[in-house]
Write a protein that binds this ligand. Sequence first.
Ligand SMILES: [Zn+2]
Length: 291
Amino acid sequence: MLLGALEAGGTKMVMAVGNEYGEILMQSSIPTETPDLTMNRIINYFSDKKIAALGVGSFGPVDLDRNSKSYGFITSTPKKSWVNYNLLETLKALQIPIGFDTDVNASVLGEATWGCLKDLSSGVYITIGTGIGAGVMINGNLLHGMLHPEVGHMLLTRHEKDDYSGICPYHPNCFEGLASGPSIEMRWGRKAIDLQDHPEVWELEAFYIAQGLVNIILTYSPHRIILGGGVMHQKQLFPMIRSQVLRLLNGYIKTPQLTNPDEYIVPASLKDNQGILGCLELAKRELLLDR
Ligand SMILES: [Zn+2]
C-alpha cells in the first residue's frame, strides 16, 4: 500500500511516498512560498502517485480539533501569507483520507513507531533549529489539548551574564527566543555552525536547553526525551545538557532513567527522517479511522 507524507515547514515542504512499513520510496522538497504557488506544486506531486492516504505534519500553530470550524487551518503563524490558511481543505482536492498534526507531533510519532521511542508509552521530541517546538506522546497518544503544546515559548530564567534580548517578538525570555538557531546567530554574530570551537556558546546553550528539559520532565514525565533539529547536530551539547539537567533537578527525582541520562536524553534516531516517517504513520492511522 502506498502512503503519502507531507512535512510542511516554514521554509520548505518535504513530500514523500512510502508504505506502512516505514519505507520511503521517493522524496522531494520545494521551498515554502505563497500558498497558491506551493500548494499547487504539492497537489501536482501527489496526484499521480496512487497513494491511499496522506499524512501531514505542519508548521503552526495549527488547529487540530476535529470538531472546530477551523480544523486543519494554519492559524497565527508569523508567515503572513499562511495566516488562517485552510491547508487541509486545499489538500482535499486529492480525494483521499488525510491525517493532520503538527510537524513535531509527526516527529515524535515517527520515533515512537520506528525509532528510539518504540516500546515506550510516553516520550517527548524536541526540535531545536530555526524554531523550537515539541511533540508530546502520552500513553501512546499524541497530545493535543486546548491547542497543542507550545514548548518553544515556555519562559526560562535568564543567565545572569546574558543580557541578550532574545528573538521572540512576544516574550523577552522564552526558550525559542533565547536558544533557537537564529537566536544563537543574533547573540554571537555568527551562525551556530561557525561557532563550534567556542565552548562558551554551547555552555550557555546547554544552560537554556536544560531548563526547558527540566520543565518538560517535571510536567509530562516522559520515559525518554529526544532532541533533534539543526542545533542538535552539535553533538558536544548532549553531555553538557545531561549534566545541567541533573544539576537543576538537584536530586529531587530519583528514577532509573535519570541515573542513566545517556539513554534518557538522546539524539533523534531516524537520520532526520523522523518527521516524514511520522507523516506516513499519520496517513496509516487516518486510513484505519476512515474504514
Ligand atoms: Zn516566545
